[in-house]
Design a protein around this ligand. Structure first.
Ligand SMILES: Nc1ncnc2c1ncn2[C@@H]1O[C@H](COP(=O)(O)OP(=O)(O)O)[C@@H](O)[C@H]1O
Ligand SMILES: [Mg+2]
Length: 263
């Protein structure tokens, strides 16, 4: 499979803090990459750099052959069309129905007529098995359904790559399994490339073709599930077994910068 994203020597500083310290890895077409690591390890920051919400301090991200460090903001907007992003449930607007939420990107970015938009929305809702909830508001459906609605919205513009930040945050195990199945199904049925930030080990085992683990802004593992299992790096082992005591992945308190993700 060809390479779709190349992250090259990416650093990101916030003031005097280096959050990403020279990150390199590649994402292949039609794979599910899981980005793992403890809270505050820089996962969301990395995802935001990959989708162009944040510019790296140095280094670059190549998307589908385009060096994004050389792009103006409006050129970045064009490249960003290749990327869908799944926000947490809060990003759905409760003042609108599920269908209207999914229609938003189409209304914003295209000149399609209402009938075409309604048809596309139906297809996307059907893909995530939510057609029956089209006319409900996000606060009238379960957390798992909200996540699936967010996936439908991320699919609206037919991206090549779908990025998810903690897709199973706040979900029970059954709803988590369902989201995992959807992520894998999008890959196998549509050839979607998935980039999933998560710290749920069971999900990683279900969905990952490729695993990149971060600790203190550095890549400490880049491989597949067998490499994850075989690693005797104590930091990787700690994550794998979910031990709370150990060499400690991440150093800072968890923070939610989801607002920055709202483009
Ligand atoms: N916009 C920002 N301004 C300042 N510090 C930030 C910002 N975003 C993230 N950070 C800091 O960067 C570190 C990594 O955060 P984050 O990428 O959210 O980690 P993770 O998603 O792995 O939990 C944390 O110490 C966090 O406080
Ligand atoms: Mg995060």
């Amino acid at each position: 499979m060809s390479t779709l994203i190349k992250v090259q020597e990416v650093t990101k500083w916030f003031g005097k803090t280096e959050v990403l310290a020279g990150i390199c890895f590649e994402v292949k077409e039609r794979e599910t990459l899981c980005i793992l690591g403890g809270s505050g390890g820089g996962k969301s920051t990395l995802l935001k750099v990959m989708i162009g919400v944040l510019r790296p301090t140095s280094g670059t991200v190549i998307i589908d052959g385009e060096d994004t460090s050389k792009l103006t903001d409006s050129q970045w907007d064009r490249v960003r069309r290749k990327l869908g992003v799944m926000f947490q449930s809060g990003a759905l607007l409760n003042s609108m129905t599920v269908a209207e939420n999914v229609a938003l990107p189409l209304e914003h970015h295209t000149k399609l007529d209402q009938e075409t938009i309604a048809t596309v929305v139906k297809i996307k809702l059907h893909q995530v098995d939510l057609l029956h909830a089209a006319d409900l508001r996000p606060n009238e459906i379960s957390g798992g359904m909200q996540k699936r609605a967010a996936v439908a919205r991320a699919l609206a513009m037919d991206p090549k790559i779908l990025c998810y930040d903690e897709p199973s945050a706040g979900l029970d195990p059954i709803a988590t399994t369902r989201i995992d199945q959807l992520i894998t199904q999008l890959k196998t049925t549509m050839g979607m490339t998935n980039v999933v930030v998560t710290h749920v080990m069971e999900s990683v085992q279900r969905i990952a073709d490729h695993v990149v683990m971060l600790d203190k802004g550095k890549v400490i593992l880049d491989g597949d599930l067998d490499d994850l299992k075989a690693s005797d790096d104590p930091r990787v082992r700690q994550f794998r077994t979910g031990e709370l005591e150990g060499p400690a992945i991440g150093t800072t308190a968890p923070q939610d910068y989801l607002k920055d993700l709202l483009m």
